[in-house]
Design a protein around this ligand. Structure first.
Ligand code: COA
Length: 297
């Protein structure tokens, strides 16, 4: 049982803990296999409802490389959902963890999700030497984005066309803890220093800069560039048109009309903008042309 104090987190009205799966939890897993969208956006069609029992009999969902823990509401001794972890390998022999979570609808939006994921990070960092924990989610899943952010994760990037869901190939968001692996504490317990298990959000320990939509660290403003493709001379009007989201031809016509009444001032301004505005960066290599049946096809 994972009922050491650092695996129990108090909230205003309830406490949660992570514990191993019990046979009585299998009903919930069967529901996730057979009730459309109970699992959320990850619903990928009906699955074998007998598989949870087979898996439980095999290893109790505690395979060292692929496991699940229940998120239990302590006072009520009720399972609110579960968290999962799976080992992955980018290269060599050192593994990383990919984590996941699903709560039953009646327990969502009560501060359980971010705490459970922070507790899982603490658990994994405590019991494995992994340097990296990552989590994937969908652009539409604002609850999970915010929950991960509150658990101290930050957006690393967008994984193009990584999953086939709801009729099409879709991009995924990849996140990892902003603080990385916590260092050792003098007490030998990772909990207090890591912020993952302190019961307060690690997000507040390390505020992200320039957050857009709560997830990215890209600049909060749009960049003004001279256009690379839409240019008659230096691309200034084309760049302004891109920036203002108007037709480049209309921008040029407007510029010429205004220049006629500006006694040369606008021509000077054009030269100044030519000097100040950088040319837009060259486009990145295009994504490989999808072949039939491949992502993006
Ligand atoms: C995603 C999920 C785990 C989040 O857990 P949760 O307990 O509902 O979320 P929390 O209560 O911890 O909320 C964390 C933050 O998200 C926000 N949030 C929660 N649900 C939200 C929603 N539906 N829309 C917008 N924001 C939401 C909260 O307000 C909070 O942010 P704040 O403290 O800045 O206000 C849970 O909703 C769930 O199980 N969803 C279905 C399964 C799923 O999508 N799993 C992830 C697969 S990628």
């Amino acid at each position: 049982m994972l009922d050491l104090p650092r695996y129990v987190r108090e909230m205003a009205d309830l406490s949660i803990r992570l514990r191993p799966v019990r046979e009585s939890d299998l009903d919930m897993f069967r529901r996730f296999c057979t009730e459309p969208f109970l699992i959320g956006l990850d619903w990928a069609g009906f699955r074998d409802a007998q598989e949870p029992a087979r898996r439980f009999a095999r290893d109790g969902y505690l395979d060292p490389d692929d496991g699940r823990l229940m998120v239990e509401v302590v006072d009520e001794q009720v399972a609110a959902g579960m968290v999962s972890y799976r080992a992955g390998l980018y290269s060599g022999m050192a593994k990383y963890w990919e984590i996941g979570i699903v709560l039953l609808p009646e327990w969502r939006g009560r501060g359980i999700g971010w705490r459970a994921q922070a507790m899982l990070c603490d658990y994994l960092f405590s019991h494995s030497p992994a340097q990296r924990i990552q989590a994937g989610t969908h652009a539409e899943n604002i609850a999970e984005q915010k929950s991960l952010e509150k658990a101290g994760f930050r957006l690393e990037g967008v994984v193009r066309a990584c999953e086939f869901r709801a009729g099409q190939w879709r991009d995924g968001y990849l996140l990892q803890p902003a603080a990385g692996r916590p260092g050792p504490t003098t007490s030998g317990c990772l909990g207090d220093r890591s912020g993952y298990s302190s019961g307060r959000s690690p997000r507040h320990d390390r505020p992200a800069r320039g957050i857009v939509g709560g997830m990215t660290e890209t600049p909060t403003y749009r960049r003004l560039y001279r256009s690379r493709d839409n240019k008659m001379l230096a691309g200034v009007c084309g760049g302004l048109a891109n920036y203002l989201n108007i037709d480049p031809v209309a921008a040029r016509v407007l510029f010429v009309i205004l220049a006629a009444f500006s006694a040369g001032a606008l021509l000077v301004a054009y030269v100044v903008m030519w000097i100040l505005m950088p040319e837009e960066p060259a486009p990145a290599d295009p994504w490989p042309t999808p072949t039939a049946g491949a992502p993006g096809a």
